[in-house]
Design a protein around this ligand. Structure first.
Ligand code: PEP
Ligand code: MN
Length: 370
């Protein structure tokens, strides 16, 4: 299924528009030595990769981590391009990085998650790119803020003439969790709805944080119709100086890509008449859900009135616990995930409290027994 890597460094801008989905970007988290970068590039060029990636300046969360080899590594990337024919990409975090990349002739630049959070830093990068047509990929910010991601894309689009793409790499979360960064797919979908012309690439490496989860994340991204994948690869992942748990050998990368099912977003699996019928049913169910929620809020108002008359507080913890416990059981019986029902009820409860508050505040005189 791997599409042929028809992009070359000269036609990168046109090439991005022509490439068959998924666009594949791969290479080491960090450029560690010339040999490592060149060897990875040569191995990847045989596996359908379109763009070679390697971090040169590494924004580490804590000091004393490996901070990248710096400007000298740009030469290694250029040599890897010469040897493999793959266009080269690296991360930029300030104007000096952009300047160094422009001087070295780097084909593609990306803005990392720790930089996207800062409008000042993004604007500095956008200004340094002014008037160029270098393709730029903008990773989502570290935390779940769609506006910040949109803002960064807009800043770059305002100054450059080249293609600007988004990279979904997940959102940081506190504590030990299944994913290194929570995917929160709904935020990537929100981005697509706000900027439908901006293609989105998924970065399963930074979402998963470990090799075992990469395939499932990549498949999910493809099922959602994302335009490409960025996956970290290293000749000896266990010895990598950064992100060693999530990197694949180029051979394992090839196997992962071959295992993916790529459905075309326009290729219908069911006839359009069947699809319309299913959508009609869904519309009708949504209408009923909304009517039921309306009725539920009406009851919340009546309860609010009762609480006001009896001088009770709005939040009754015992009752709230009972609501969760019973609904969780009902959800399990119906095959719905308890997590989904918990999140749903939390929103419903929030709205119930707002409605009850409104009801109480609309009463000017306090009840006699409060
Ligand atoms: C990277 O791509 O190696 C990187 C540092 O990614 P992120 O900005 O997503 O953490
Ligand atoms: Mn990395």
């Amino acid at each position: 299924m791997v599409s042929n890597n028809s992009i070359n460094a000269q036609s990168i801008v046109e090439g991005l528009a022509q490439v068959q989905r998924p666009l594949l970007i791969s290479g080491p988290c960090s450029a560690e030595s010339e040999e490592q970068v060149v060897q990875t590039a040569n191995d990847l060029s045989k596996r359908g990769v379109h763009i070679l990636r390697a971090g040169v300046w590494k924004p580490r969360t804590r000091p004393n981590g490996f901070e990248g080899m710096g400007t000298i590594a740009l030469r290694w990337l250029v040599n890897a391009r010469e040897s493999s024919g793959l266009p080269i990409a690296t991360e930029v975090a300030n104007a000096q990085h952009v300047e160094a990349c422009l001087n070295a002739g780097v084909d593609v630049m990306w803005i990392g998650a720790r930089t996207t959070v800062s409008p000042f830093a993004v604007q500095e990068i956008a200004d340094a790119l002014k008037g160029t047509n270098v393709p730029v990929f903008v990773k989502n910010p570290m935390h779940a803020d769609l506006s910040l991601w949109l803002g960064a894309l807009e800043r770059v689009r305002n100054t450059t003439d080249g293609p600007v793409w988004a990279i979904h790499r997940g959102f940081s979360q506190y504590g030990q969790k299944e994913y290194r960064n929570a995917p929160m797919w709904e935020i990537a979908i929100g981005l697509k709805m706000a900027l439908p012309d901006v293609p989105i690439i998924c970065d399963p490496s930074h979402i998963a944080g470990n090799r075992a989860l990469l395939q499932a994340v990549a498949q999910k991204a493809m099922d959602l119709g994302m335009e490409g994948l960025m996956l970290e690869t290293h000749p000896n992942p266990q010895d990598a100086l950064s992100d060693s748990n999530q990197q694949l050998t180029p051979a394992a990368f090839g196997e992962l890509i071959d295992s993916l099912t790529i459905r075309s977003s326009s290729e219908p699996k069911i006839s359009s008449a069947d699809l319309s019928a299913l959508r009609l049913q869904m519309d009708s169910i949504d209408e009923q859900v909304i009517e039921l929620l309306h009725a539920r809020m009406g009851l919340a108002r009546q309860i609010g009135l009762h609480k006001w008359e009896n001088g009770m507080t709005i939040l009754q913890m015992e009752r709230w616990k009972e609501v969760f416990d019973t609904r969780e059981k009902w959800a399990e019986r119906g095959g719905l995930s308890p997590e989904f029902i918990f999140n749903f009820l939390e929103q419903v409860h929030k709205e119930s409290i707002r409605v009850q508050n409104e009801e109480m505040n609309s009463k000017k005189i306090k009840p006699a027994n409060s």
